[in-house]
Ligand binder design. Structure first.
Ligand code: IPM
Ligand code: MG
Length: 356
């Protein structure tokens, strides 16, 4: 089995290094090949998603991705910015289903900004549609405003759209995920204002007829954001579009104390996937050896479970992560008084130790 390793920018290389060490220690014979992506891709080949990197990703059975983005590249034209690498991979590989679990480890209840009783025991799964919506809808750009009180001025515009088949396939993923959990699904929309999301709601409701064992409810996105902070444990699985999912998943991530803990999987129709931490490249702490590698290590566990059919190995990694948290090891993002502050490498080494 071949894994494409795409470390990217900022803290990407440091955290991916730890996940690779752990994958190598499992006693499986994975073939791993590394390629530059994001700002690193631009620096090496003049494009954030170099052709050879895309080809490697296409040929691999799974992709382990770090993070992309660096201030250095923010002034490039949009098509050359690091973010285009991850958007291009999602689109080219048809990775339409993004799974972002938010689990609060009991040891970290005090690291959340919310009261421990609001978040302790939290275990929700956000499923974000990843290849449609206003992220990819055409047309988009800057044009001369054709009508209204600002007619004749320049205006920026994007297109929000969802095709029926696009909504159906993500709805199926969500209902099936709910079937494996507490059988409750919340579809998040903005049907009170947007045509796209009235349509979304209608299609999800229709797909629900095939999953009578799952309880479905619908929630407007503004209310969903509020409920995520007010009573997050009421949710089991949430499904939503690309833009709302981007925002809600960051919000859900912080419930757990640190975005540095949260893995994610982006899957195609055959469970081939790209696995990445939910956080970004954090250029402010890059190279300092303090980044939390656990989200990436847990992403590697998701990769074993969803794409490589090695659920037992995934369990081993997840158990090892729980063990090091129980030992009191903390990177600075999750540090509290009374625990032991460690760096990226020390945290990775402790997980490796706990595996064996
Ligand atoms: C994410 C990120 C990306 C997104 C950026 C880096 C393009 O925020 O994966 O959530 O908006 O999807
Ligand atoms: Mg985001």
């Amino acid at each position: 089995m071949k894994i494409a390793v795409l470390p990217g920018d900022g803290i990407g290389p440091e955290i991916v290094e730890q996940a690779v060490l752990i994958l190598n220690a499992l006693g499986e014979s994975f073939e791993m090949e590394t390629a530059p992506v994001g700002g690193a891709g631009y620096a090496a080949h003049g494009h954030p998603l170099p052709e050879a990197t895309l080809k490697l990703a296409q040929e691999a059975d799974a992709i382990l991705f770090g993070a992309v983005g660096d201030w250095k590249y923010d002034t490039l034209e949009r098509a050359l910015r690091p973010e285009q690498a991850i958007l291009g991979l999602r689109k080219n590989l048809n990775l339409f289903a993004n799974l972002r679990p938010a689990i609060l480890y009991p040891e970290l209840a005090g690291a959340s900004t919310l009261k421990p009783e609001v978040v302790s025991g939290l275990d929700i799964l956000i499923i974000r549609e990843l290849t449609g919506d206003v992220y990819f809808g055409q047309p988009r750009g800057v044009r001369v405003c054709p009508d209204g009180p600002f007619k004749g001025q320049r205006e920026g515009f994007d297109t929000m759209r969802y095709a029926e088949g696009e909504i159906r396939r993500i709805a199926h993923v969500a209902f099936q995920a709910a079937q494996k959990r507490d059988k409750r699904l919340t579809s998040v929309d903005k049907a009170n204002v947007l045509e796209t999301f009235q349509f979304w709601k209608d299609i999800v409701t229709d797909v629900h007829r095939e999953y009578p064992d799952v309880a479905l409810d619908h929630m407007y996105v503004d209310n969903a954001a509020m409920q995520l902070v007010r009573a997050p444990k009421k949710f089991d699985v949430m499904v939503t579009g690309n833009l709302f999912g981007d925002i809600l998943s960051d919000c859900a991530a912080m419930l757990t104390g640190s975005i540095g803990m949260l893995p994610s999987a982006s899957l195609d129709a055959n469970n081939k996937g790209l696995y990445e931490p939910s956080h970004g490249s954090a250029p402010d702490i890059a190279g300092k050896g303090v980044a939390n590698p656990l989200a990436t290590i847990l992403s590697a566990a998701m990769m074993l479970r969803y794409s490589l059919n090695k659920a037992q190995q995934a369990d081993r990694i997840e158990a090892a992560v729980k063990a090091v948290l129980a030992q009191g090891l903390r990177t600075p993002d999750i540090y509290e008084a009374g625990t032991r502050k460690v760096g990226t490498k020390e945290m990775g080494a402790a997980v490796l130790q706990a595996l064996l």
